[in-house]
Design a protein around this ligand. Structure first.
Ligand code: GAF
Length: 394
């Protein structure tokens, strides 16, 4: 099992890097977590339901305002060629636009859309979220940036506005037409709680996870295993899935697939065409599973929770077709371990992670089984849910 670096240590690393680069102490520190989604996949951009929690991996940004009109960024992540970057702070006449290195676009997008003047600043960024690992490294960077800017400018946004701004940054500066789930939970995460989010009303329901127990009252934990197959969601597959869903809603005369029912889809199967029908069937049934998962937790029906998690995987694999052989293998391995109730791919797919609900006493055995049988190198975690983004004491 992977050791998880505490927030204090990450903050320390960011501060040391800042001091080494800029020769001063930072005055502002902000953090935002990544996320894992327990269930409800590819439903957010269909105004549906999702059920994520914020995780103890995240991004820390420390920095200081300057009077130079320049923004200087230093990152310790090993992505892209450039580790530091300098550009002019935006003005009325000279706005920011996306460019290279790619990691900076997530930050530039947030700076550009931020509803207050952002002047010059220096910042050091450290992330512990694996990049392209399906745990929302990008949302974590966007939300940490927005939180940092709130402190820098004194302009504080509501959490929903903040999530929407970060989503817009991802659409416009990273060319990724994502839903709202990742940014939302990174802003609103709750210690020990998952959020059942209605992506139409943007209302979250907090579900405490420390109450999730097996029939014998043993605690249930969520293990997350990274296949270490890198996903690249800005490719064509994600927008294509999104397009299929919009086509289905349009052909059914609905605002979104949130309003569709399974009977509705069956009656219109020919009109939709087989591919679009299957995509829509995944979304509509996944919404039902997501609601069911929360009911199962409330009723202590852990077997039921496990069942919908596994059904979700099968649906993502066969109907939505966003899984890959490595994720399927990890799900199959974990499902065979006694004490594992359910397992599924999590996040956008095409690589990234699986999440499994397992009896706490069996978590280590499940992880060992993965290391023994998975044909590639896996990285495994046991996550407890964490608080969303915030300012850190420096
Ligand atoms: C990615 C997206 F960013 C989310 O909005 C969501 O659609 C997810 O894939 C699939 O559920 O993480």
């Amino acid at each position: 099992m992977e050791k998880i670096e505490g927030l204090e240590q990450v903050l320390q690393r960011a501060k040391e890097a800042f001091k080494a680069e800029f020769g001063e102490e930072p005055t502002i520190a902000a953090q935002a977590p990544g996320r894992v989604n327990i269930i409800g996949e590819h439903t957010d951009y269909n105004e549906g339901f999702v059920f994520p929690m914020a995780i103890p991996l995240g991004t820390v940004i420390v920095g200081k305002p300057t009077t130079t009109g320049k923004i200087r960024l230093l990152t310790s992540s090993d992505v892209d060629i450039s580790k530091s970057l300098e550009f002019d702070a935006p003005t009325e006449t000279a706005r920011l636009s996306p460019g290279t290195p790619k990691w900076a676009n997530y930050m530039k997008g947030v700076i550009e859309h931020f509803p207050a003047t952002v002047g010059g600043f220096d910042a050091s960024i450290v992330t512990t979220v694996p990049l392209g690992g399906g745990l929302s490294s990008s949302a974590s960077l966007e939300v940490a940036t927005c939180t940092f800017l709130e402190s820098l400018t004194g302009k504080v946004l509501s959490k929903v506005d903040k999530a929407l701004l970060c989503q817009k940054a991802e659409h416009t500066f990273a060319n990724m037409p994502c839903g709202i789930m990742d940014q939302f939970v990174s802003c609103m995460g709750v210690e020990n709680g998952a959020l059942l989010i209605d992506c139409r009303s943007l209302q979250p329901k907090i579900v405490m996870l420390d109450k999730v127990r097996a029939a014998d009252n043993e605690e249930i934990v969520f293990i997350v295993v990274n296949s270490n197959v890198k996903h690249q969601l800005t490719g064509s597959e994600y927008p294509q899935r999104r397009g299929d869903c919009y086509e289905a809603a349009e052909k059914l005369g609905l605002k979104s697939l949130r309003e569709a029912t399974i009977a509705n889809l069956r009656d219109n199967r020919e009109k939709l065409g087989e591919r679009v029908y299957q995509r829509a069937l995944h979304v509509v049934s996944e919404n039902e599973r997501c609601i069911k998962a929360e009911e199962c937790i409330a009723n202590g029906d852990i077997e039921g929770l496990g069942r919908v998690m596994y059904q979700s995987h099968v649906s993502l694999r066969d109907l939505y077709q966003v899984s890959c052989p490595e994720l399927d293998q990890l799900v199959d391995i974990t499902m065979q371990v006694p004490g594992v109730y359910g397992s599924r791919m999590t996040g956008g797919g095409f690589g990234g992670c699986i999440v499994a609900a397992v009896k706490s006493s069996q978590a280590q055995a499940a992880i060992e089984e993965v290391h023994k049988k998975y044909t590639q190198k896996a990285t495994a975690y046991i996550f407890t849910a964490k608080q969303g983004a915030g300012i850190l004491k420096i």
